[in-house]
Ligand binder design. Structure first.
Ligand SMILES: NC(=O)C1=CN([C@@H]2O[C@H](COP(=O)(O)OP(=O)(O)OC[C@H]3O[C@@H](n4cnc5c(N)ncnc54)[C@H](O)[C@@H]3O)[C@@H](O)[C@H]2O)C=CC1
Ligand SMILES: O=C(O)CCC(=O)C(=O)O
Length: 433
C-alpha cells in the first residue's frame, strides 16, 4: 500500500512538474505536425542553464547564501528574454519551463527574441528593503557573465517590479562602467523604461479576452469574471476588464480572497492595493477561498498567480465559458483534459500573457534608439500584436479542429522551425502543413 502511495505521489509530482508538462506539449505538437523529431530534441532542453549562489549580508550581520538560476532556452529568433522570479518554491525545472514558454510566446507574436527566465529561491516577504536590494544586486552580479542587451535580457516576474529592475540595472552598469538601459526591461520610466509596460501584460490579457468573447458571441458588458492573483498582472487585468464593463465578482491572492456577487468596486480596490495593502484585506466585500472561487458561476475565469492551479480537483468545478491564462502554466494536463470535455474555451498562457514581453520588446527597441514613444503608440502597437497573435492561433485551431493550447504550440513551433531551417539547424522534412 505504501509503495502504491509513493508511486501515486511520484506521478502527481511528475504531472505537476512544469518542465515535464511543457516537454510533453512540444513532443505532441511536433508529432502532430509530422515534423522531424530533431525539432523536439532541439526544443526540449534549454541551450544554457546557470545555477548561481546569491550571497546577501543580512541585517543581523550574517551572510545568507540563496540559490538562483537563469535559463536560456533558445536564441534562434534573437537574444533570450524573460523575467526574474523571487519565490520560495522556485526550482530549476520551473525556471527551465518558464524559459521555454518565453520562446513560445515570442514566436507566436513574431517578436525577435528567444526565451529566457530566472529565479531565486527566497521569500522576499522575509527580507527588509535593504536586504531585498542587496539580493537583487547580488543575483544580477552572479548572472552578469551570461546576460547583455544582445544576449539575454531580464525583466520582472512574480515578486519583482520596476524598483528591483532599477537596482539590477544600476549594478550591471557599475560593473560595465557605463549606462546600458537595454540590459533589462520593466525598469522605471526615468531610467529608460517604457510607457505602458506596467499595465502591458494585463492589457494584453484583456485584448485576448475581448477577441475570444467576440468569437464566442459573449457580450462583455453583461459578463462576470473572477481573478486569482492580484499582483501586477491580476490587478491590471481587473482594471481593463472593469473599464470594458465586465463585473468582477471575486479576486483572490496568496493570503485569501474577496467576493461580491454584485461586482467588486475595482477602482476602490486598486486604490487600496496601491497603498501597500493586499487585495484580500479589502473590507468592503465578503471573504472567499481560492477553491470556492474556481466554482463560481462566472463567464470568465482568470488564473493570474502561479502554476498548477487548474487541476483535476479544481477543473471539474469550473463553470466559466472562458479560461484566460494570465499566469504561466496555471493548468495541469489533467485539468486541461477536464476543461476540454467541458468545452471551456482556453486562451493559453503563451498567447494570453504575451503582452508583457511585447512591450518589453518595445522598451528594448526604444532603448536602442534612445528615443521614447508616447503611451498611445505603445498601446496601439500592443493591441495590433495581440490581435494578430490571437487570430494566428485561432486560425490554426479552426483548420486543425484542435484545442487552443495545441493551436498555440503549433503556431509557435512552426515559426521557430522556419528560423531553424533558415539557419540550417534542421534540414530534413520541413513539410509542416
Ligand atoms: N509581470 C509580468 O509582466 C508577467 C507575468 N506573468 C505571469 O503572471 C503571473 C503573475 O505574475 P505577476 O502579477 O507579475 O506577479 P506578482 O508578484 O505581481 O503577483 C502575484 C500575485 O499572485 C498571488 N498569489 C501567489 N500565490 C498564490 C496562490 N497560491 N493563490 C492565489 N494567489 C496567489 C500573490 O498574492 C499576488 O497577488 C505569473 O505566473 C507570471 O509568471 C506572465 C507574463 C508577464
Ligand atoms: O517582459 C519580459 O521580458 C518577460 C515577461 C515574462 O517574464 C513573462 O512573459 O513571463
Amino acid at each position: 500500500m505504501q509503495e502504491l502511495n509513493k508511486h501515486e505521489a511520484d506521478i502527481t509530482t511528475h504531472h505537476k512538474n512544469p518542465y515535464e508538462i511543457v516537454k510533453n506539449l512540444i513532443k505532441e505538437s511536433v508529432s502532430n505536425l509530422g515534423m522531424n523529431e530533431n525539432v523536439y530534441h532541439i526544443l526540449k532542453k534549454p541551450m544554457r542553464v546557470m545555477e548561481v549562489s546569491v550571497p546577501v549580508r543580512m541585517d543581523n550581520g550574517e551572510f545568507q547564501n540563496f540559490t538562483g538560476f537563469r535559463s536560456q532556452h533558445n536564441d534562434v529568433l534573437g537574444p533570450t528574454k524573460g523575467g526574474i522570479r523571487f519565490h520560495p518554491s522556485v526550482t530549476l525545472d520551473e525556471v527551465k519551463a518558464l524559459s521555454i514558454w518565453m520562446s513560445m510566446k515570442s514566436a507566436i507574436l513574431d517578436i525577435p527574441f528567444g526565451g529566457g527566465k530566472g529565479g531565486v529561491i527566497v521569500d522576499p516577504n522575509e527580507l527588509n528593503e535593504r536586504e531585498l536590494e542587496e539580493l537583487s544586486r547580488s543575483y544580477i552580479r552572479s548572472i552578469t557573465p551570461i546576460i547583455g542587451p544582445q544576449k539575454d535580457i531580464p525583466a520582472p516576474d512574480v515578486n519583482t517590479n520596476p524598483e528591483v529592475m532599477g537596482w539590477m540595472m544600476d549594478e550591471f552598469d557599475k560593473l560595465r562602467g557605463y549606462n546600458i538601459p537595454g540590459i533589462l526591461t520593466g525598469k522605471p520610466l526615468i531610467i529608460g523604461g517604457s510607457q505602458g509596460r506596467i499595465a502591458a501584460t494585463g492589457r494584453g490579457v484583456v485584448f485576448t479576452i475581448r477577441e475570444a468573447a467576440h468569437y464566442l458571441n459573449l457580450d462583455l458588458t453583461n459578463a462576470t469574471a473572477a481573478i486569482q492573483g492580484f499582483g501586477n498582472v491580476g490587478s491590471m487585468t481587473a482594471k481593463f476588464l472593469h473599464q470594458m464593463g465586465v463585473k468582477i465578482v471575486a479576486v483572490t491572492d496568496a493570503k485569501g480572497g474577496i467576493y461580491d456577487k454584485n461586482g467588486l468596486d475595482i477602482p476602490k480596490l486598486l486604490d487600496f492595493v496601491s497603498k501597500g495593502n493586499v487585495a484580500s484585506d479589502f473590507s468592503e466585500a465578503d471573504s472567499i477561498e481560492n477553491e470556492e472561487m474556481f466554482a463560481l458561476p462566472v463567464d470568465i475565469l482568470i488564473p493570474a498567480a502561479i502554476e498548477n492551479q487548474v487541476t483535476k480537483e479544481t477543473a471539474p468545478k469550473i463553470q466559466a465559458r472562458i479560461l484566460a491564462e494570465a499566469a504561466n502554466g496555471p493548468t495541469t494536463p489533467e485539468g486541461d483534459a477536464i476543461l476540454e470535455e467541458k468545452e471551456i474555451f482556453i486562451i493559453p498562457d503563451i498567447l494570453c500573457n504575451a503582452g508583457g514581453v511585447t512591450v518589453s520588446y518595445f522598451e528594448w527597441v526604444q532603448n536602442a534608439m534612445n528615443y521614447y514613444w508616447k503611451e498611445d503608440e505603445v498601446n496601439n502597437q500592443l493591441e495590433e500584436r495581440m490581435v494578430e497573435g490571437f487570430n494566428r492561433v485561432l486560425e490554426i485551431q479552426k483548420q486543425k479542429k484542435s484545442r487552443m493550447r495545441d493551436a498555440a504550440y503549433t503556431t509557435a513551433i512552426k515559426h521557430l522551425v522556419q528560423a531553424f531551417h533558415a539557419r540550417g539547424w534542421v534540414k530534413a522534412r520541413m513539410d509542416v502543413e
